[in-house]
Design a protein around this ligand. Structure first.
Ligand code: SF4
Length: 322
């Protein structure tokens, strides 16, 4: 078992497979986008699989594939298929913006993917267009239907709750769970101090909960990771609240990250990284990868400093994978 210096059990690796994305969400990247990593800097699937083999043999049992947008990377289904066969891996997930989901859901399911997270911040096509910079709302809806059709479950909708942007849709999203078996999760926005999202402020989960519960009482159900889950009496899906700021869950954090360019990052909000690429592309051994894994975990900070936003991180969110 892997534990850090605060005795937190670390069993969850988030792997960013690309910094590329087919959307330009205003709270994530500026409209003109950000400088991309040179392709040769991005880990190959074989390099990612080598790291995954080493870390799953050492206690990591859950892997989530992220980006940028992972489905824009060619042959991602091959990686899912290979990861799915790793003996130590109990849980394999993928977070996507859903734009390419209709095309890939069938092959992802055949490759062994069982569940999926889809980021969707509005149920209004025009507002979706405004926030993402792309008029692709319909594609995402078709992707969700395809994911249902091929049996991916649970389908989790990740909704970043933003004051003054979509906080008036909280109830609409929650009511989806009366007709869909989705897990609709509201997430407090975590500012990266990037300076191009000053107009967005966090809509707290207390307010979101209050709004739904005053409409109709919701009942607690078993927690799922960092999400506190509730259900309408007559709901078929569940409603989740993820509160990294108002109910910080860093004391029970289980995750580390592998960036697209091969850095192990022990916390979303820490620039403490160890470089695996020099080993992966050199003559290093798996034992050295394991050593760096332990080194990274041993330096894992207690948590984020939010809501302090005057911290300049050297890596932006698309280069970490959320
Ligand atoms: S901020 Fe860091 S410690 Fe806190 S939950 Fe995220 S990754 Fe874990």
């Amino acid at each position: 078992m892997l534990t850090d210096n605060l005795n937190r059990k670390i069993d969850y690796l988030r792997i960013s497979v690309t910094d590329r994305c087919n959307l330009r969400c205003r709270y994530c990247v500026p409209a003109e986008g950000i400088a991309k990593l040179p392709p040769k800097e991005i880990l190959s699937y074989e390099e990612i699989l080598r790291v995954a083999r080493v870390v799953t043999a050492r206690g990591i049992s859950k892997i989530r594939i992220t980006g940028g947008e992972p489905l824009v990377r060619r042959d991602l289904v091959y990686l899912i298929k290979e990861l799915h066969q790793l003996p130590g891996l109990k849980d394999l997930g993928l977070t996507t913006n859903g734009v390419l989901l209709k095309e890939f859901a069938p092959s992802l399911a055949r490759a062994g993917l069982r569940r999926i997270n889809v980021s969707l911040d509005s149920l209004l096509p025009d507002r979706y267009h405004w926030i993402t910079g792309r008029d692709l709302y319909q594609q995402v809806q078709e992707g969700l239907l395809e994911a249902e059709k091929v049996g991916l479950s649970p389908i989790k909708l990740n909704v970043v709750a933003l004051q003054g942007f979509n906080n008036d849709e909280i109830l609409e999203f929650a009511l989806l769970t009366k007709t869909k078996g989705y897990q609709v999760r509201f997430i407090e926005h975590m500012s990266f101090g990037d300076g191009y999202e000053p107009q967005f402020s966090t809509f707290s989960m207390f307010e979101a909960f209050g709004e739904i519960n005053s409409y109709q009482k919701i009942h607690p159900v078993q927690r799922d990771g960092v999400a506190e889950l509730y259900r309408f009496e007559d709901g078929i899906g569940v409603i989740g609240f993820i509160s990294p700021i108002s109910r910080c869950f860093c004391p029970s954090c289980r995750r580390i990250r592998l960036t697209a360019d091969g850095k192990l990052r022990n916390c979303l909000f820490s620039d403490e990284e160890v470089d695996l690429k020099c080993i992966l592309r050199g003559v290093g051994s798996d034992a050295e990868i394991e050593e760096l894994l332990l080194k990274s975990i041993s330096k894992k900070p207690p948590g984020h400093m939010l809501p302090a936003t005057n911290i300049n991180y050297h890596r932006r969110m698309p280069l970490i994978g959320g």
